[in-house]
Design a protein around this ligand. Structure first.
Ligand SMILES: Cc1cc2nc3c(=O)[nH]c(=O)nc-3n(C[C@H](O)[C@H](O)[C@H](O)COP(=O)(O)O)c2cc1C
Length: 225
């Protein structure tokens, strides 16, 4: 697949077929993503690819803790609440997703069901836990490096017909992930990527999120025009 069409057409996939992804395919995707640039080629990333019973245990553990009202426990700091234009864009994509899924604004039950899907990793057959070397946790350049790797995972998966969503909800109860994935003590859990074969009948999978026009986010300096 052409890089341009992969970049243009990729979107988050949140509904998956009940079909396994082979280890060989996952290795190919990871080998591609592993070509991501990193500061001074430090490659400070580690991936833990989960499926089967361990992933089921994470789904259940996440859901139980969230339903019990246990506040999120992450290993990296997270924003409290988005404001201003960030909040507006957050609402815009939520509205798009809820409209596609037929979830009414005041339907608390369906909204809760949607949130729980996230904690269940959208029932994807695979979840890739993305970790950073703990020694670099306070180094924002390291976070940048992991962002590059993670986007690479999503593009590489897309190029093979797979879909995924970077899923912060999946690691909101990080102790559950740490225990079931047996994450080494010298690594910090940054995020996870839910991955599988897209279910084309799942309405939210066709949602195309909006982007600002280039001239809204860019200034050109020193050009003559
Ligand atoms: C760091 C990060 C965390 C995310 N966490 C979630 C999540 O918890 N749940 C979810 O449904 N989508 C999550 N997403 C996906 C974003 O909502 C999505 O990328 C954004 O709305 C743009 O849509 P697109 O990926 O379809 O272009 C996350 C994306 C990133 C980069």
């Amino acid at each position: 697949m052409e890089l341009e069409s992969a970049m243009r057409e990729r979107r988050s996939i949140r509904g998956f077929l009940d079909k396994a992804v082979s280890r060989e395919t996952l290795e190919e995707i990871i080998a591609l993503a592993n070509r991501a640039p990193s500061s001074m080629n430090t490659q400070p990333w580690h991936l833990h690819v989960m499926t089967g019973d361990p992933l089921e245990a994470v789904r259940n553990g996440n859901a139980e803790r969230m339903l019990a009202g246990i506040p999120p426990v992450r290993e990296i700091s997270a924003h409290a609440a988005y404001e201003g234009p960030h909040r507006e864009r957050q609402i815009e994509i939520a509205v798009q997703l809820f409209e596609a899924m037929g979830i009414e604004r005041h339907d608390q039950e369906m909204r809760q069901d949607w949130v729980m899907r996230g904690f269940r990793q959208f029932d994807a057959p695979v979840s890739i836990v993305v970790c950073l070397d703990k020694s670099l946790v306070n180094d924002t350049i390291g976070h940048f490096d992991l962002g590059a790797l993670t986007y690479g995972l999503t593009l590489a998966a897309w190029s093979k017909g797979l879909g995924c969503v970077i899923n912060g909800q999946g690691i909101m109860q990080s102790p559950v992930v740490r225990e079931n994935a047996k994450i080494p003590d010298d690594q910090v859990i940054m995020t996870c990527v839910a991955m599988g074969w897209p279910d084309d009948t799942f309405k939210a999978n066709s949602v195309v999120s909006r982007r600002r026009p280039v001239d809204n986010l860019t200034r050109f300096i020193g050009f003559n025009d």
